[in-house]
Write a protein that binds this ligand. Structure first.
Ligand SMILES: NC(=O)c1ccc[n+]([C@@H]2O[C@H](COP(=O)([O-])OP(=O)(O)OC[C@H]3O[C@@H](n4cnc5c(N)ncnc54)[C@H](OP(=O)(O)O)[C@@H]3O)[C@@H](O)[C@H]2O)c1
Length: 378
C-alpha cells in the first residue's frame, strides 16, 4: 500500500496474545499478495480513507486478511479522483455521497463527528452496518460501544445478513487503551475508582497535526517561530492540556469521554473516574498513568499474572533495567503495553494499584478496534 501522506509505515508486527487476532502474515507489506479479495466476503467502504485512521484501516485490513469482495475508498470532494494502489489493485477515491452506500455491507467511518452524524443514518437506512470512529453516537443508548476484548456481548444482536443496517461505535482512543489494560483487573477485583492521566500523541488529532508537529520541530530547531494552525500554541518541545473544549465543570471533552464511556462499556453507573488529558509532542501512540482502587484486594504479582494472560495486552515491566512501555515501542503494534505495575502505597490492604499503559491509538485506539468489531459481524 502506498501511503497518501508521509506517515510512519508499520515496521514490525505484534507477537500478540490477543485471542481475537489471527496469526500475522509472514511476508513484508511491500511484497504483499492480495489475499483479502474474496467473492463471498462483504462489500466494504472506508469513509475518510485519506486520513490518519483511514490509512490505518487499510493497513489493518491487509494485515489481517480481512475478507472483502469489493472495497470503496471514500473521502471529501477535495480528494475525489486521486488514485492509489492497495493490495496490488489501483483504486480511485470517490466523493462521499448518500449513494456511496448502495450495496455496501460494512462501512468503516473515520471522517469526523459531523460526517458521521450526517451520513451514518443514511448508510444504515440503505442496509449498511456502520462501525463509527467518531464520538457522534457513542453515548446513544441504542448504539453498542464496543471493545472486543472487553464487551463483545454488547453487539451480539448485530450480524451481517440480518437484513438491516445498524450502528456500532468505537470508543475514544484513550478509553480503549485504558480499558484493555484495566478490565482484566476490574473483572478480578472490581474497580471502585480510577484516576487517569494521559500523555497523548499528535496522531490522535489527525494527519494534519502530525505534519504540524514535524514542521514546528524543524522550525524551532532552525530558530524560526513555529507555525500554529492546528493547535493554537507551540507543540514542539512543549506540552499542553488537551485541545478538546473545556466544559463548565472544568473538565475537557476528552476527559469526560473517559468518564462516560467507561461507565457505559463496564455497564457500571457507579464507578468513580477522573481524568486529566494532556497532549505531548510524541508523533504516534498514547501513554496513560492509571491509578486503580478496588473493592477486593489484588496484590501486584497476581495483577501482573492476570495482565500477562489478558487478550490484547503485553506486559513490559522490567524494574532491574528500568524498562517500561514507551510510545515508540508500541507504535504500529496491536497490543497495549502495561508496566510500572505496583501497589499504591497510599491505599491499605492491597486495595490499590498503579499501572502505566501505552497503546497505538491510531491502531488499537481506532482502526484495529473497528476492524475487530467488523470481524465479529462475519
Ligand atoms: N487519529 C486518531 O488516533 C483517532 C482515534 C480515534 C478516533 N478518531 C476519530 O476518527 C475520525 C478521523 O480522525 P483522523 O485522525 O483520521 O482525521 P484526519 O487525519 O484529519 O482525516 C479526516 C478524514 O475525513 C475526511 N473528510 C473530511 N471532510 C469530509 C467530507 N466532507 N466528506 C468525506 N470525507 C471527509 C478527510 O478527507 P479529505 O482528505 O478528502 O479531506 C480525511 O480522509 C475523527 O472523528 C476522530 O475523532 C481518530
Amino acid at each position: 500500500m502506498e501511503a497518501l501522506f508521509p506517515f510512519p509505515k508499520p515496521t514490525h508486527f505484534s507477537s500478540t496474545t490477543n485471542l481475537l487476532t489471527p496469526p500475522k502474515p509472514t511476508f513484508a507489506s511491500s511484497t504483499k499478495v492480495r489475499m483479502s479479495l474474496q467473492e463471498n466476503g462483504p462489500s466494504v467502504a472506508v469513509v475518510g480513507v485519506t486520513g490518519a485512521v483511514g490509512q490505518e484501516f487499510l493497513s489493518v485490513l491487509s494485515d489481517r486478511n480481512f475478507p472483502y469482495r469489493s472495497i470503496k475508498m471514500l473521502a471529501s470532494k477535495r480528494s475525489a479522483g486521486r488514485r492509489f494502489t492497495f493490495e496490488e489493485k489501483e483504486h480511485v477515491i470517490e466523493e462521499l455521497t448518500p449513494e456511496s452506500f448502495d450495496g455496501v455491507d460494512i462501512a468503516l467511518f473515520s471522517a469526523g463527528g459531523s460526517i458521521s452524524r450526517e451520513f451514518g443514518p443514511i448508510a444504515v437506512e440503505r442496509g449498511t452496518i456502520v462501525v463509527d470512529n467518531s464520538s457522534a453516537f457513542r453515548m446513544d443508548e441504542n448504539v453498542p460501544l464496543v471493545i472486543p476484548e472487553v464487551n463483545p456481548e454488547a453487539m451480539d444482536h448485530i450480524k451481517l445478513g440480518m437484513g438491516k443496517g445498524a450502528l456500532i461505535a468505537n470508543p475514544n482512543c484513550s478509553t480503549i487503551i485504558c480499558l484493555v489494560a484495566a478490565t482484566p483487573l476490574h473483572r478480578r477485583a472490581k474497580v471502585l475508582r480510577m484516576v487517569v492521566s494521559t500523555y497523548q500523541a499528535a496522531s490522535g488529532a489527525g494527519a494534519a497535526a502530525m505534519e504540524e508537529l514535524e514542521l514546528q520541530t524543524r522550525e524551532v530547531l532552525e530558530g524560526r517561530s513555529p507555525t500554529c494552525k492546528i493547535f493554537n500554541q507551540q507543540y514542539a518541545f512543549n506540552l499542553f492540556s488537551h485541545n478538546a473544549s473545556v466544559l463548565s465543570n472544568g473538565y475537557n471533552e476528552e476527559e469526560m469521554k473517559m468518564v462516560k464511556e467507561t461507565r457505559k462499556i463496564w455497564n457500571d453507573k457507579d464507578v468513580k473516574i477522573t481524568a486529566t488529558c494532556i497532549r505531548v509532542p510524541v508523533m504516534r501512540a498514547h501513554a496513560e498513568s492509571v491509578n486503580l482502587q478496588f473493592e477486593k484486594p489484588l496484590d501486584e504479582d497476581t495483577a501482573r499474572d492476570i495482565l500477562k494472560n489478558a487478550p490484547g495486552v503485553v506486559v513490559i515491566d522490567d524494574r532491574a533495567s528500568n524498562h517500561f512501555p514507551t510510545p515508540l515501542e508500541v507504535s504500529n503494534k496491536d497490543d497495549v503495553a502495561v508496566g510500572r505495575i505496583r501497589r499504591d502505597l497510599s491505599q491499605d490492604g492491597n486495595l490499590g494499584l498503579d499501572i502505566f499503559v501505552c497503546g497505538d491509538q491510531v491502531r488499537k485506539g481506532a482502526a484495529l478496534n473497528a476492524i475487530q468489531i467488523a470481524e465479529m459481524l462475519l
